[in-house]
Design a protein around this ligand. Structure first.
Ligand code: ZN
Length: 344
């Protein structure tokens, strides 16, 4: 895709980071090569085409007893297998193209060497079962991020989506049990701080969110989440929450996919409205973007059909009147700063 010169310049000057994508677990589940086309909305060739250097790739391995019918009976075992696949791939041909980023410096190195960097993440801490030994094992395997909850109530905290009799609904504070962090969950956050892992509050109910911010001594992120001021749902962050994340030194990353259930259509325009709202609220130092792209070929966001179309995000920011410095921060500079501060 030919981008206008100003877009090209902004892209070249930025180290672009998608704070939330799923190319890694797509590759692992399909047993494809890590660096080849996966036929979905995100993979290494598409990232290269879109000028994206790095993705925080969040492995999704829910516990069937918590996360609904698509979960695993043995999520920790299956997660370890997934990470083993990643390491075997990186030891082979994929290692010529993809770098496991344990630090922000690794992402910068990947940019200089024209490689793609992957930050290993975990969407939903179900498989940890609140166990610090499991957390440390995953850290040693390269994991640098945990989105503490995803669906339901795990041993750490409570998510804004609840499974009930095979169907999913939104958490309702009037009928559901209180949703704070457990004692084990607080220990997990402290240990993540000590090790140097990104604490992600996406999908959390407010009580768990505020507990996490109280416990964490490091910047906190919301890797994919929009603003409740623009759409009123407990699945999104209030302005107060967005300000609080910014005050930790962290960042919030709107997504072109809404967190459902909703009739909202996925689109670039929607993502940019949320970005703009947050920048007005907390300034350009605390906002990024997290695509949530995986294999949704039947529901491509309008204007941002796959990660190869990332230059359109820059075009959209230019149209909104953003300058080069703010664009660099939003497209990846903020992620590098936060990841550097947390993980080194
Ligand atoms: Zn998610």
């Amino acid at each position: 895709m030919a981008a206008p010169p100003s877009t090209e310049r902004s892209l070249q000057e930025s180290i672009v980071v998608d704070a939330h994508g799923h190319f890694l677990d797509m590759a692992a589940r399909s047993r494809r090569k890590l660096h080849e086309s996966l036929g979905g909305l995100t993979d290494v060739p598409l990232m290269r085409a879109g000028g994206v250097i790095a993705q925080l790739s969040a492995c999704w391995m829910p516990d069937v007893r918590i996360g609904g019918p698509h979960g695993s009976r043995q999520p920790f075992r299956d997660l370890v297998k997934m990470l083993d696949y990643v390491h075997r791939e990186l030891d082979g041909e994929a290692g010529d193209h993809v770098v496991l980023a344990r630090t922000a410096g690794d992402i910068e190195w990947a940019a200089a060497e024209s490689k793609t960097a992957v930050v290993l993440g975990l969407e939903g801490g179900d498989s940890l079962r609140g166990d610090l030994g499991r957390l440390r094992s995953l850290y040693n395997a390269g994991l640098r991020h945990v989105c503490l909850v995803h669906e339901g109530r795990n041993a750490i905290g409570v998510a804004t989506q609840v499974w009930e009799g095979g169907t999913m609904r939104v958490y309702d504070p009037r009928i559901d049990e209180p949703g704070g962090l457990s004692a084990a969950g607080k220990q997990i956050v402290r240990e993540m701080n000590r090790l140097g892992m990104l604490v992600d509050v996406t999908h959390m109910v407010e009580e768990s969110f505020w507990d996490t911010l109280e416990v964490s001594t490091a910047p906190v992120i919301a890797s994919h989440g929009n603003a409740r001021a623009l759409r009123d749902t407990v699945r999104y962050l209030t302005d107060e929450q967005i300000r609080a994340v910014a005050e930790t030194g962290g960042m919030v990353c709107p997504s072109p996919f809404p967190l459902g259930p909703t009739r909202e259509r996925p689109s670039l325009e929607m993502m940019l409205r949320h970005v703009d709202h947050m920048v007005r609220l907390v300034g350009p130092d605390h906002v990024g973007f997290g695509t949530d792209f995986l294999d949704q070929t039947g529901a491509r966001p309008t204007g941002f059909g796959d990660i190869g179309e990332t230059p359109r995000v820059v075009e959209g920011l230019l149209e909104l009147g953003y300058g080069a410095a703010a664009i660099r921060k939003i497209m990846g500079g903020n992620f590098l700063r936060v990841f550097g501060q947390v993980a080194g």
